[in-house]
Design a binder for this molecule. Structure first.
Ligand SMILES: C[S@@+](CC[C@H](N)C(=O)[O-])C[C@H]1O[C@@H](n2cnc3c(N)ncnc32)[C@H](O)[C@@H]1O
Length: 225
C-alpha cells in the first residue's frame, strides 16, 4: 500500500511534499475568488446536489461537513433542516462562509480544524459529509478512522471526490485538476476508498458514480449499530 509519507513517487511522477501546508496556502489565497471559479459549475455544485439528493431520505439531525470551504453545501443542508458544523483547515475560506451564511447562523457553526484531528467527542454526529476535499489529505486512512470515531452508532459518512479510475477521470483529475491545484493532490481509486471504509469499521459500504465531464465518486458507509 502506498502512503503519502512513502519516498516512492506516486502516479504521474507525483512526489509527496508538505501537503497540509500546501493546501492551507492554496485555499487561503483562493478564498475570495473561489465561488466564482469555473469548477463550481462543472464539479462543486453538481457534487453538492448529489449529496443533498442522497440525504433526502435521512431524517435531519446533527451533521459535520469536513473541508466545508465557503459553506455552499452547509447552506444547502441547513435549508433542509440539518444542524450543520462546517470544519475547514483554512480560516479565510470560513470567513467567506460566515459572510454568505449570515442569516443561517442558528443552524450552521463553523470551526477551523484539521480533518485528521476533529475537535469533537466520540459519537457526536448523525452524518458526516466531505466534498471535494479528501484529495488534499496526506493521511487519508487516518481521516476515515477519525470520522468514524465522531459518528454515532448507525451514523453515516458520505465522502465525495473525483473519480479517477477510468480514462476521462485520469485526464481530468491527474492532469487538469492537478494543474489547477498546483500538483499537490491525490484522488483515490474507488477500490482503495472502499477498502479504507471497511478497514475503518464502516458497514454497508456502497458507491455511486457520475459519468459526466468531471466524473464523481460518492462513497457511503454506516457505523454498525
Ligand atoms: C476544493 S475545496 C472544497 C470546499 C467545499 N467542500 C466544496 O465542495 O466547495 C477543499 C477544501 O478543503 C479544505 N482542506 C484541505 N485540507 C484540509 C484538512 N486537512 N482539514 C480540513 N480541511 C481541509 C481546504 O481548506 C478547502 O476549503
Amino acid at each position: 500500500m502506498r502512503r503519502w509519507d512513502s519516498p516512492e513517487p506516486l502516479r504521474w511522477g507525483f512526489v509527496n511534499h508538505d501537503l497540509k501546508r500546501t493546501a492551507h496556502a492554496e485555499f487561503c489565497d483562493w478564498a475570495t475568488t473561489y465561488d466564482a471559479h469555473w469548477l463550481n459549475h462543472f464539479l462543486f455544485e453538481p457534487s453538492h446536489k448529489m449529496i443533498v439528493k442522497e440525504l433526502a431520505a435521512v431524517p435531519p439531525g446533527r451533521i459535520l461537513d469536513v473541508g466545508c470551504g465557503t459553506g455552499e453545501l452547509a447552506k444547502r443542508l441547513a435549508l433542509r433542516g440539518w444542524q450543520v458544523i462546517g470544519l475547514d483547515l483554512c480560516e479565510p475560506m470560513l470567513h467567506r462562509a460566515r459572510f454568505k451564511l449570515n442569516g443561517y447562523t442558528g443552524s450552521v457553526r463553523l470551526t477551523v480544524a484539521d480533518s485528521e484531528h476533529v475537535p469533537f467527542a466520540d459519537k457526536t454526529f448523525d452524518v458526516v459529509t466531505c466534498a471535494n476535499s479528501f484529495h488534499h489529505y496526506p493521511n487519508q486512512e487516518a481521516v476515515v478512522r477519525e470520522l468514524h470515531r465522531v459518528l454515532k452508532p448507525g451514523g453515516q459518512f458520505f465522502l465525495l471526490d473525483g473519480w479517477p479510475d477510468q480514462f476521462i477521470g485520469r485526464i481530468v483529475y491527474d492532469l487538469i485538476i492537478t494543474q489547477v491545484e498546483g500538483g499537490q493532490v491525490w484522488h483515490r481509486e474507488s477500490h482503495d476508498v472502499k477498502v479504507m471504509f471497511k478497514d475503518a469499521g464502516f458497514d454497508r459500504v456502497g458507491q455511486r458514480r457520475t459519468y459526466s465531464l468531471f466524473p464523481i465518486l460518492l462513497t457511503r458507509g454506516a457505523v454498525p449499530q
